[in-house]
Design a protein around this ligand. Structure first.
Ligand code: UD1
Ligand code: UDP
Length: 419
C-alpha cells in the first residue's frame, strides 16, 4: 500500500525547502521495488504575489500544488485561523499518513496544529487515526519570544512526531525541551540541497547585466540587502537608522535591495523613499546610482542566487540567506542581535551586526578591507538531506504505521523520563 504524504508550502522560504523533498520523492519513486509514495502538495496562499510565489514554481521545477487554500494576508490570528480552517478540510478528505511542514512561518504552525488535532477516518474498517507530523528544520531557536517565528517553532516542535534538524545546536535545544531523542533526526539542510542543485543553472541568469553590474565585461563590486523582519522594518525609527548606515555605504558601492512587500509597504507608509532609487520604475536616465540604495522587486530564485554568489557582501535579516551565504562563502552581515542558526557564525561567513549604525558600518568596512573568510560546510549540508528525510519517513511508516499508534499517549514528558 502507498504511503500518503501531504507537504505544505505557504511563504517564500518554504518553496526551496519543499522542492528538495519533492525531488527526493521523485528519485525514490524511480527505484525498482520502491514502496510507493502518494505525494500531495498543498499551498496555503500565505504568499501570493507572482514574485513571492509563482516564480519559484518555475525556477525550482516544483510541481503545481494539488490544492491551493488562498488564505492571503491578515493579522497573525486571522491568517493562522484561515489556514487551519482550510487545512482541516484537506486532512479530512485526504487522510494522509504523514503531514510534512517546513520552517517557521504561520502556515507551518497552523498546519501542524490541525494535523495533531484531526482524527481521520480509517479505511476498510481500520480505526480512525491522527496523521504523523514531520517538521523539517526543527529545533532552531533565537531565544527571542517576541519573534513570531520563535513561537511557531516552539509550538510545532512540541507536537511533531519526526523532528528533522539542520545543525547540532538544534538537537541540543530539542533535548533540553524534553523532546525524546528517538524523534530527533539530524539530516542536514534541505535549503542547501536546493542551492547545490541549482547553482550551475543560476549562472545562466542575466540579472548582473540587467542591473548594469557588469560593464565592459567587468563585474563591479556590489552589495545585496534583504530586510523584512517586523522588528527591523515595522518601526520607522529602527528602519531609518539602518538605512542611514547603509546609504553611507552606498556612496562607495551599489547596494541592490530586492524589496519584500512588507518592507515596500512600510517604505511608502513611513515616507522613507528618499533613501532609494527605484531601479525599475523611476530611475532618471543619468541617475547617479552611487548615492542611494537601489530598489528592485523581489527576485526569482535563480536570479537571486546568481546575484548573491557574486556579491562582495550580503546584508540581511533573512534566515535562509544566512545559510546560503555560508555555503557560497560570501560575507554575510546579519542585521539582527541574534540568530537561530549559530552554525553560520561558527562555520560560515556570518556575523551579527544588530541595528546600530556604527556597528553596521564597522562590520562592512571590516569585510571590504579583509580577504574572503575561510569557511567549511556545516556537517551534513551536502545535498542529501531530503533523501535522508524520505528514507526515515519510509522506514518509520513501515515499522510504526499511524493507525497502530493512534491511541498511544506519546507525550514528550512521558518519554523523557525513560530516556
Ligand atoms: C513571513 C513569515 C516570515 C518569513 C517571511 C518570508 C510569518 C509569521 N512570517 O513574513 O517568517 O521570513 O514570510 O518572506 O509567517 N504581502 C504581499 N504579497 C505577498 C505576501 C505578503 O503584499 O505575496 C504583504 C502583505 O501586506 C502582508 C505583508 O506582506 O500583510 C506580510 O506578509 P506575511 O506573510 O504576513 O508576513 P511576512 O512578513 O511575509
Ligand atoms: N530569495 C529570493 N529572492 C529574493 C530574496 C530572497 O529567491 O528576492 C530567497 C533566498 O535565496 C532564500 C529565501 O528566499 O532561498 C529566503 O526567504 P526569506 O528571506 O523570504 O525568508 P526567511 O529565510 O527569512 O524565512
Amino acid at each position: 500500500m502507498a504511503i500518503k504524504i501531504v507537504s505544505v508550502v505557504g511563504a517564500r522560504p518554504n518553496f526551496m525547502k519543499v522542492a528538495a523533498v519533492c525531488e527526493a520523492i521523485k528519485a525514490h519513486s524511480r527505484l525498482p521495488m520502491a514502496i510507493p509514495i502518494d505525494h500531495m502538495l498543498v499551498h496555503t496562499g500565505q504568499h501570493y504575489d507572482t514574485n513571492m510565489s509563482d516564480f519559484f514554481f518555475n525556477d525550482l521545477d516544483l510541481p503545481k500544488p494539488n490544492l491551493f487554500l488562498g488564505v492571503g494576508s491578515g493579522s497573525h490570528s486571522l491568517q493562522t485561523a484561515k489556514v487551519m480552517e482550510g487545512f482541516e478540510n484537506v486532512l479530512l478528505a485526504e487522510r494522509p499518513d504523514i503531514v510534512l511542514v517546513v520552517g517557521d512561518v504561520n502556515s507551518t504552525l497552523a498546519c501542524a496544529l490541525v494535523t495533531k488535532k484531526t482524527w481521520c477516518t480509517g479505511v476498510k474498517g481500520a480505526p480512525p487515526f491522527i496523521p504523523k507530523l514531520a517538521h523539517v528544520e526543527a529545533g532552531l531557536r533565537s531565544f527571542d519570544r517576541t519573534m513570531p517565528e520563535e513561537v511557531n517553532r516552539i509550538v510545532t516542535d512540541s507536537i511533531a512526531d519526526y523532528l528533522f534538524t539542520t545543525e547540532e545546536s538544534a538537537n541540543r535545544n530539542l533535548e533540553r525541551e524534553g523532546i525524546p531523542r528517538d524523534k530527533i533526526h539530524f539530516v542536514g539542510n534541505v535549503m542547501i540541497d536546493t542551492l547545490l542543485r541549482h547553482r550551475s543553472k543560476a549562472l545562466e541568469s542575466t540579472i548582473l547585466s540587467d542591473l548594469r553590474l557588469i560593464e565592459n565585461g567587468q563585474l563591479k563590486p556590489y552589495a545585496i540587502l534583504t530586510l523584512h523582519r517586523p522588528a527591523n522594518v515595522d518601526d520607522r525609527r529602527t528602519f531609518a537608522k539602518i538605512l542611514e548606515a547603509l546609504v553611507a555605504v552606498s556612496r562607495h558601492m551599489p547596494i541592490i535591495f530586492p524589496v519584500h512587500p512588507r518592507t515596500l509597504k512600510q517604505i511608502q507608509e513611513a515616507d522613507l523613499g528618499d533613501f532609494f532609487v527605484d531601479h525599475f520604475l523611476d530611475a532618471p536616465v543619468h541617475c547617479d546610482f552611487g548615492v542611494r540604495i537601489r530598489l528592485v522587486p523581489p527576485l526569482g530564485y535563480l536570479d537571486f542566487l546568481n546575484l548573491t554568489s557574486q556579491a562582495r557582501v550580503v546584508l540581511t535579516d533573512s534566515g535562509g540567506v544566512q545559510e546560503e551565504t555560508t555555503i557560497l562563502g560570501v560575507p554575510c552581515i546579519t542585521l539582527r542581535e541574534n540568530t537561530e542558526r549559530p552554525v553560520t557564525l561558527k562555520s560560515g561567513t556570518n556575523v551579527l551586526a544588530g541595528v546600530d549604525p556604527n556597528k553596521i558600518i564597522a562590520e562592512i568596512t571590516r569585510v571590504l578591507e579583509g580577504a574572503r573568510p575561510a569557511t567549511e560546510a556545516p556537517k551534513l549540508w551536502d545535498g542529501q538531506a531530503a533523501k535522508r528525510i524520505v528514507q526515515i519517513l519510509l522506514t518509520e511508516s513501515v515499522s510504526k504505521p499511524c493507525w497502530d499508534v493512534a491511541h498511544s499517549t506519546d507525550t514528550a514528558t512521558d518519554k523523557v523520563q525513560t530516556v
